[in-house]
Each structure stands twice: as C-alpha cells, then as structure tokens.
Design a protein around this ligand. Structure first.
Ligand code: AMP
Length: 190
C-alpha cells in the first residue's frame, strides 16, 4: 500500500495537492477537516461539539479524530492506499495512526511536508475565506491561532517521521502544477 501523510500548516495547499494525488496514484483521501465539516453539515452531535472548537481555530480532541480515521480505514478495506490530510496533528494521533495501520499489516510510506511562510499562509487563507464559507478563514486572529496550534502541537511531528526516515520537505510556493511535480518525484522515489 502507498500511505502518505500530506503535511503542513493551514493554507499550505494540502487539500489542493491531495486532490491531484488521489487521481494520479488511485488513493483514498482522508481529510479530518472535511470529515468534521461533513458532520457539522449533517447536524450530528459530534459536529456541533466540534464546530465551537473549529470556529475558534482550536484542535478537536484526539479521540474524536482518531475514532473517525479508524472507521474510515475499516470502511475502505480494498483501498490501494490513503492520503492523510490534516491528520495526524498531535503526537497522540501520530502514534495512534501507526498502531491502526500496523493492525492492518501496513504503515505510513512517507510524510510530505509543504513549507510555506506565515505571511503567505495568512494571505491565502483570507483569500479563501472570501468564498469558503468557513468561519475559521475569515478573521486574522483565528488564522493566527490555527498557525499557533500548528507550530505548538503539529510541527513537532516532523521529528516523529524523520526518526522513521520518512520525512520529505517540499517548498510549497510556486504554481500548483510545479508543486505537484515535486511531490510526484518524491513519491515515485519511494
Ligand atoms: P482543516 O480543514 O484541516 O484546516 O481543519 C479545520 C479544523 O478542523 C482545525 O482547525 C481543527 O479545529 C479541526 N481538525 C481537523 N483535523 C484535525 C485533527 N487531526 N486534530 C484535531 N483537530 C482537527
């Protein structure tokens, strides 16, 4: 199986690049942000609880997102592989993901980490916020909180995957197709 963690701060282009990669490599896209927004749209109790945290730019509890990923893995037994987008975001999530994949006799193949400076992230997210309808894209304070959550809790996961020799860092500035090409090169070398 080809199991990729597409990593980077909010606004790095993880969703955009995931959509290109799923077609090229025939993978299942698992975005915890998308799954949570689906729960909110469906008006579930989980969605309502998560919304308060998401609208502030805070992370939702580990057990919630780990449970969601676990059931998605169970529901896709014939997948050739997965792209994890926006997951894992904490050390507990990374460990849980390794364990869930090990139970299925597989593992993460690579972490592809997109590098983009804060100023550019803020610009992109505010631009996206004009049309995304997302509360967390609308306001610079909330965006700053999301970036802070990333720096404090999520960025250290690069070390977790580097220790497994699985980390590749890719410059996330440039055209979508240029960045896609760089990702493809790394994936093809796995
Ligand atoms: P995203 O679409 O990845 O930018 O995620 C939007 C929001 O959903 C985040 O700011 C968090 O509130 C929540 N979220 C998404 N994925 C996770 C995760 N793996 N762990 C905790 N919270 C998450």
């Amino acid at each position: 199986m080809l199991n990729l963690v597409l990593f980077g701060p909010p606004g790095a282009g993880k969703g955009t690049q995931s959509n290109l990669l799923i077609d090229k490599y025939n993978l299942v896209h698992l975005s915890t942000g998308d799954i949570l927004r689906g729960e909110i749209a469906a008006g579930t109790a989980l969605g309502m609880k998560a919304k308060t945290l998401m609208d502030r730019g805070d992370l939702v509890p580990d057990e919630v997102v780990i449970g969601m990923i676990s059931s998605k893995l169970d529901n896709n037994p014939t997948a050739k592989g997965f792209i994890f987008d926006g997951f894992p975001r904490t050390a507990a999530q990374a460990t849980a993901l390794d364990n869930l994949l090990a139970e299925k006799g597989t593992a993460i193949s690579a972490m592809l980490s997109l590098k983009v400076e804060d100023e550019e992230l803020i610009r992109r997210l505010l631009e996206r916020g004009k049309n995304s309808g997302r509360e967390d894209d609308k306001n610079e304070e909330i965006i700053a909180n999301r970036i802070q959550e990333y720096n404090n809790k999520t960025a250290p996961l690069k070390e977790f995957y580097a220790a497994q020799n699985k980390l590749s860092e890719i410059e996330g500035i440039g055209s979508i197709s240029d960045i896609a090409e760089k990702l493809n090169e790394v994936i093809d070398s796995i």
